[in-house]
Design a protein. Structure first.
Length: 573
């Protein structure tokens, strides 16, 4: 069976031209070709050749499109790109390249329905005649559902749509450090263009089992309540979950600040947040010198649902670039609840069947394929790591809702922030009973593991005793002392925002408090006394701090020295 080709031009081809066309197409498609000529209002010497859904465009417009594509690939290491563009134009010659054309059937709400693109692939970028880009998201027998990365008012019914043959991707490179970009990788901080090193697809398979190694290296948050009880390792995925305004973002920001000087690249992905909130966060990072090693990807609440949908994948692609070069990466997704809502909006507009809470059935896969990309790579793959801190917002503490349960089952533990604790002044408001790290002590230094001891057990006993004794009028001395100790412990775990502790400082605090040295100090004075003790050690016993930092271990002699110094100071005050 022969294939039919249609030639559009203003004059019919000569016999020699017809044979040349048929010979070229027969060789290209490996079958007989029947050529049909149709008259078209095209300039002299121009033509279009259509075979199925593929079109060979030999018009001025088609050649210009080829030239634009060629120039798009030109990169300059320095500032002067003009000579490179001049050389590229001089060396360029048009080629007989086929492309597929489609037409817009309907458009609205960030979604376009397109016909005519028979061979388009899922996730492929489509180019509309107005310059807007979109991504094929729903493949049907006769049409395609496409999400748009721009203003849909610039697209109208009947508009031309072209395949690009490329999947959605983002430019990546060292130049992104210290910058704020949108979900497409374009800078939005007013600091000029970013020179990229390569182009990377936003969707990428997660590393396989063989390509990973166990999570056993700490990634310290600088937050005493987390590092002592729910340690996070490099390559781990630890969920931060809690109601609105309970300090979820504050934990992520403190963790980023604590990576200063530790050769960790940080990527913060803001999804569906107010632009003013993101600007304030960037200012905080800048003031603390953290933007030097941080990239902020922002798909704000004013951005379209398609941009909010691809933002975490774009941030992950940036993180993978550094991870595969052997570096350690921390990535924060703030937050995946809004990401799921954006995907639900897209899915309903694409007429997909709604499921539980109106989310589509593949919403679990949406987040699992994202979070599985975090890993600690094997030494053969460079040994880099990417640690993920996804954030999820709950409603009235309901962790059994659809999205929270999905992400809890994907991650390696969760830090649960409780509203009651937060409003009572316990910040960070970490619920010790519901929080867990499934990596546990493997992600702690020996010093931290030894110093932390039974802190979780002590806190659990205090919380239980507090409930039973809140209505008691008289208490025996043992119970009273345990309550005082527990109150002091809770006070020590309170921590100011943007003031992470170093690992030796955390070890000092834990040794002092768990040896009941603050037992006789009133609760109101605990924080002040602890600050004085830390100052004392940093000024007069710096060799001890350096030894703990260098070795990551806490010897019995060091522990005894800490206890003795603290006891002497407390007795003299």
């Amino acid at each position: 069976m022969s294939k039919t080709a249609v030639l559009y031009s203003n004059t019919p081809p000569s016999k020699a031209q017809e044979l040349k066309f048929i010979g070229y197409l027969s060789e290209r498609y490996g079958e007989e070709i029947t050529l049909i000529w149709k008259n078209a209002e095209l300039p002299e010497g121009s033509f279009k050749l259509q075979v199925g859904s593929e079109i060979y465009d030999w018009t001025a417009e088609g050649k210009l499109r080829q030239l634009k594509t060629a120039l798009h690939g030109v990169k300059a290491a320095g500032a002067d790109i003009i000579p490179l563009l001049r050389d590229a134009i001089a060396d360029w010659t048009p080629k007989a390249l086929a492309h597929e054309e489609g037409r817009v059937l309907t458009v609205g709400d960030g979604i376009a329905t397109v016909s005519g693109l028979e061979n388009v692939e899922y996730g492929e970028i489509l180019l509309f005649s107005s310059g807007i880009r979109g991504m094929a998201q729903d493949l049907r027998p006769d049409e395609i559902g496409c999400i748009l990365f721009g203003d849909d008012e610039e697209i109208s019914e009947g508009s031309l749509v072209l395949r690009t043959g490329r999947t959605a991707g983002i430019a990546v490179g060292e130049g992104f450090l210290g910058r704020v970009v949108d979900a497409l990788g374009s800078p939005i901080d007013g600091k000029g263009e970013i020179l990229s090193d390569e182009y990377r697809p936003i969707e990428h398979p997660a590393p396989g089992i063989i390509d990973r190694q166990p999570v056993d290296t700490p990634l310290q948050t600088g937050i005493l309540a987390i590092d002592s009880m729910f340690p996070i390792g490099r390559g781990q995925r630890e969920l931060i979950i809690g109601d609105r305004q309970t300090g979820k973002t504050a934990i992520a920001v403190d963790t980023i600040l604590n990576q200063k000087g530790k050769d960790v690249v940080c990527v913060y992905v803001a999804i569906g947040q107010k632009a003013s909130s993101v600007a304030q966060l960037v200012q905080t990072l800048s003031q603390n010198g953290a933007m030097e090693y941080t990239v902020v990807v922002n798909a704000s609440a004013s951005d379209s649902a398609p941009l909010q949908y691809i933002a975490p994948y774009a941030g992950c692609a940036l993180g993978e670039y550094f991870m595969e070069r052997g570096q350690d990466v921390l990535i924060v997704y703030d937050d995946l609840s809004k990401h799921a809502i954006a995907y639900r909006s897209l899915s309903l507009l694409l007429e997909r069947s709604p499921g539980r809470e109106a989310y589509p059935g593949d919403v679990f896969y949406l987040h699992s394929r994202l979070l599985e990309r975090s890993a600690h790579l094997s030494d053969e793959r460079g040994g880099g790591s990417m640690t993920a801190l996804p954030i999820v917002e709950t409603q009235s503490g309901d962790v059994s809702a659809y999205i929270p349960t999905n992400i809890i089952s994907i991650t390696d533990g969760q830090i649960f922030l409780e509203s009651d604790l937060f409003f009572s002044g316990q910040r960070p408001a970490v619920n010790v009973g519901l929080s867990v790290s499934r990596v546990g002590g493997d992600a702690q230094t020996k010093a931290m593991k030894k110093a932390a001891g039974a802190i979780r057990l002590d806190l659990a006993q205090y919380r239980e005793m507090e409930v039973f004794t809140q209505f008691a009028s008289d208490l025996d001395e043992t119970t009273r002392r345990q309550l005082v100790y527990g109150q002091g412990l809770m006070e020590v775990l309170k921590q100011e925002r943007n003031h992470p502790y170093s690992m030796p400082e955390q070890v000092l605090i834990l040794v002092i408090v768990l040896h009941h040295l603050l037992q006789e100090i009133s609760t109101d004075e605990v924080k002040r006394v602890m600050r004085e003790l830390l100052t004392l050690f940093s000024e007069q016993h710096f060799d001890l701090i350096e030894r703990i930092e260098a070795t990551g271990a806490l010897s019995d002699e060091d522990q005894s020295e800490i206890v003795a110094v603290a006891r002497d100071y407390l007795e003299q005050r």
